[in-house]
Design a protein around this ligand. Structure first.
Ligand code: PFF
Length: 446
């Protein structure tokens, strides 16, 4: 291993970085729309239960392995393996995680690029540059390519600066801003006509749907994607946590921040949609469901903002800065996975690794942009619905069946000396060993 490793300088720094990774488009876009199309609060309850019963244990598995091995995903998994077969599996899982996370980043950068373009739209309108505003909000290959490249340059820039001066510094500034902007937007939208109908649609449960397989599959996918699990992101962030830190505690704080912000985002998006309806904007698709895909963010909400006069410009600026912040704090965590491996295992300088790997991912994004219809959904589906849960399953196998229980306890006890007598140690080992892998498989084969 070549370069000296970085470390988060404080608990706050880690919490902002890890919740920054977790809180992303999945929370602000995916969660509210999933809730709306799956029976409102019935989905919310299923999501909360699955997050704490399945995703939190898997998150802890990644954090514990990472902090113990203090290295990138591949090396960490190898480090806790005892036999030849498990070491081979470690290498396969490490590479599969890096490839999957790179593909997730490749579509994430495209979508984030749209939001950055929409962020500049109100500025252009404010400056009276209507032609530019029109260009910014028209879906073209040129616009999408320029903005995805810009977004990737920002991601590369932050990752080049390292753990403390890049990831921690940026997340510590951006995440509090995200929470403040989100709260201000909620308060404002709640004052508008139609907002209460949205809140009702969001929160009134349709209990008849809670046992529907589709609802459970969506809730589990949402929980895993939202906590950035299965691809090694949380493992790598865990490897930068100080040994004195209480892992079960910080892990639960990350999960709470993640679900908390998702629930809050629902209190913005759903009321905003119904406010749009009250303003004559179409919010239902041809099949009669709420518009949930890209149309929600790049059509329904912008139509609402443009109906709101000057206030609409301010709200649009706030909303798209919220989306951009959420995207950046997640994208940096994705790029860190392959970069940390390349720096540590191949002695490549961080700067260079970030530029080369980031550029390769940007090229994949460009290929997808130029072949959007055949490729975009395919990449999203394979990366998030096929690969990510399967990798999550193998992470649980590693911690439950391959790594020694004693070593796990010793690792947790650093920073949490009475871990053995606590509730976490009574429940969690059993969970990751039996419940999590079985549940992931059951949902997966649905
Ligand atoms: N958790 C992010 C979101 O909710 O948008 C997405 C994500 C980030 C997935 C990092 C995977 C990852 F490694």
């Amino acid at each position: 291993m070549a370069a000296a490793r970085g470390e988060f300088s404080s608990r706050f720094g880690f919490l902002m970085a890890a919740s920054g990774s977790a809180v992303g488009l999945g929370n602000i876009w995916g969660f509210p729309t999933n809730t709306a199309s799956n029976g409102g609060a019935a989905f919310l309850i299923a999501y909360l239960v699955l997050t704490f019963l399945l995703a939190y244990p898997a998150l802890m598995a990644e954090l514990i392995i990472g902090r113990h091995a203090k290295s990138n995903t591949l090396t960490a998994l190898k480090y806790i393996s005892s036999g030849k077969k498990s070491r081979l599996l470690a290498v396969a899982l490490g590479f599969a995680g890096m490839i999957t996370v790179s593909f997730i980043l490749s579509f994430y950068a495209i979508v984030s690029g749209w939001f950055v373009a929409y962020f500049f739209d109100p500025i252009a309108r404010l400056l009276g540059m209507d032609g530019v505003a029109q260009w910014l909000t028209t879906d073209t290959v040129t616009r999408n390519s320029i903005f995805l490249i810009g977004f990737m340059i920002l991601t590369i820039y932050i990752i080049s600066a390292g753990v403390k001066n890049g990831i921690e510094k940026w997340a510590s500034r951006l995440m509090p801003s995200l929470i403040i902007i989100l709260l201000l937007l909620i308060v404002y939208v709640m004052t508008l006509a139609g907002a209460m109908d949205g809140l009702r649609a969001y929160l009134v449960p349709d209990w008849s749907r809670i046992t529907e397989p589709q609802l459970l599959v969506d809730a589990m996918g949402q929980a895993f994607f939202s906590l950035s699990l299965g691809v090694g992101t949380m493992l790598v962030y865990g490897s930068y946590i100080r040994k004195e830190e209480n892992l079960p505690l910080v892990g639960s704080m990350v999960a709470l921040l993640d679900v908390g912000i998702a629930v809050l985002a629902g209190m913005l998006i759903m009321p905003a949609m119904y406010v749009a309806l009250a303003n004559g904007v179409e919010i239902y698709d041809a099949a009669g469901g709420l518009i949930a895909g890209p149309g929600l963010i790049v059509s329904v909400l912008p139509s609402l903002f443009s109906n709101m006069g000057f206030m609409g410009i301010i709200v649009a600026l706030a909303f798209f800065s919220l989306m951009t912040i959420a995207s950046v704090t997640s994208s940096i965590s994705m790029l860190e996975v392959p970069v940390s491996y390349t720096v540590e295992n191949h002695g490549v300088e961080r700067h260079k690794a970030a530029i080369v790997i980031g550029s390769l991912i940007a090229i994949i994004s460009l290929i997808i942009t130029f072949n959007f219809d055949p490729l975009f959904d395919l990449v999203v589906t394979y990366a998030t619905e096929v690969s990510q849960p399967l990798l999550g399953f193998f992470f649980c196998i590693f911690i439950g069946w391959i790594w020694s229980r004693n070593d796990i306890l010793l690792e947790i006890k650093q920073g949490c000396p009475d871990a053995e007598s606590g509730l976490f140690w009574k429940i969690w080992p059993f969970y990751v060993k039996f419940i999590c892998p079985v549940a992931i498989l059951v949902v997966y084969f649905q």
